[in-house]
Write a protein that binds this ligand. Structure first.
Ligand SMILES: Cc1cc2nc3c(=O)[nH]c(=O)nc-3n(C[C@H](O)[C@H](O)[C@H](O)COP(=O)(O)OP(=O)(O)OC[C@H]3O[C@@H](n4cnc5c(N)ncnc54)[C@H](O)[C@@H]3O)c2cc1C
Length: 342
């Protein structure tokens, strides 16, 4: 969750942003697995990847697939250089899980579009250059999936106010974003007008299946394992938990790789991605609970300062793991539908 623009630029200098994008746009033209390996290593080390994360993971593939040539030429090289950071404007007050009911609206004007409304929980909006916003361009909220479109919104445009929200841990990772008669040019529209729902659905498969849905608590696991190694005699329960965590992580990783395989071959594995996210975030949330439980059960095993503070921080942010990117209940509904159960 750490946002560090200089770190993202250093990665870009190594050629590690936009790995899957064509060379013509500044990418490295590598496969999805090259990106998987880099993402995995960065997350395992707890690196501050937030600045480039959304652009690299989903905005760039979106622009590549649905953007005009002019949009590709303008945005993609800057994403690859770590100079254009994106946030994702989907959720609104009262329209989180029920995303199709969003009310933020873009009205056609002679010069382009006029945007009015509000987004909420927008990660990193206070630091990013652009938002990919899902908004209504025709019809009413009751029309659901019809009449939605996506826009690339330059967050410096007059009429935009970004107000950070503090979370339980005291950090302000996400924000409210207000649009008050924001004038957008015609070329802010990305993809087809009215096709926003299909575009967003495809984007969410990228958002839900990657290693970031398994590794949010991995720094805690590493810190705990290092502490276990430093002690003379780990208990049977500790050894058992270590084995169980690693076995579970290997299975989840194999599933995440399987979804990456499908994405790589051009499929849109929406249900499979939902399954990986649901199981992955459950693992991420159980990890701090299981470690805290063992520490509490063994009064002789006083944790070191680093383990205590990592455990405390992970425990405070863990509830968000199964909310961001679609809640557990919503994902399970999708899985049930995919299995023909509803
Ligand atoms: C750390 C974090 C970062 C985020 N970043 C972003 C971001 O960058 N961009 C963005 O657009 N959004 C972001 N979000 C918002 C996130 O996508 C929403 O919080 C999420 O979709 C839930 O929406 P909501 O908060 O409106 O809750 P609600 O939809 O009101 O849900 C409340 C509860 O009711 C349950 N529920 C709702 N509907 C149903 C149903 N039909 N069946 C069963 N249960 C149901 C939910 O599972 C949940 O437990 C972020 C959230 C978090 C926590």
């Amino acid at each position: 969750m750490g946002f560090d623009a200089a770190f993202s630029r250093a990665l870009a200098e190594k050629g590690w942003l936009g790995l899957t994008l064509p060379r013509a746009y500044g990418g490295a033209e590598r496969g999805a697995f090259a990106r998987f390996v880099i993402a995995e290593e960065l997350l395992a080390a707890g690196a501050p990847v937030a600045a480039h994360w959304f652009a690299d993971r989903q905005s760039a593939p979106l622009i590549l697939k649905y953007g005009t040539e002019a949009q590709r030429e303008f945005y993609l090289p800057r994403i690859c250089a770590g100079e254009a950071f994106f946030c994702i404007g989907m959720s609104e007050p009262n329209s989180g899980s029920d995303l199709a009911s969003i009310r933020t609206r873009a009205e056609k004007t002679p010069a382009g579009w006029r945007l009015q409304g509000q987004k909420i929980w927008t990660s990193n909006a206070n630091h990013c250059h652009y938002m990919i916003a899902l908004v209504r361009t025709s019809g009413r909220a009751e029309d659901r999936h019809k009449g939605l479109s996506q826009f690339i919104v330059d967050l410096k445009t007059p009429g935009i106010t970004v107000r950070p929200i503090k979370d339980l841990a005291g950090d302000a990772h996400f924000s409210e974003v207000f649009f008050d008669n924001v004038e957008l040019r015609n070329d802010a529209l990305i993809g087809e007008e009215g096709a926003g729902w299909e575009q967003v659905t495809a984007e969410l498969a990228f958002e839900r299946s990657g290693p970031e849905r398994l590794y949010s608590s991995l720094v805690l696991a590493d810190t705990w394992l290092a502490w276990l190694r430093s002690r003379q005699n780990p208990t049977t329960a500790e050894v058992r938990l270590a084995g169980a965590l690693i076995a579970r992580l290997s299975a989840l990783r194999a599933m995440s790789i399987a979804v990456t395989n499908k994405l790589e071959s051009g499929e849109s594995p929406v249900v499979e991605a939902a399954l990986v996210k649901d199981l992955g975030t459950e693992f991420e949330q159980q990890l701090p609970v299981a470690i805290a439980g063992l520490l509490g059960a063994n009064p002789d095993g006083e944790p070191c300062q680093q383990l205590s503070s990592t455990l405390l921080y992970t425990s405070m942010i863990a509830p968000a793991f199964s909310l961001r990117g679609g809640t557990r209940e919503i994902l399970r509904g999708m899985i049930a539908r995919g299995l023909g159960l509803r």
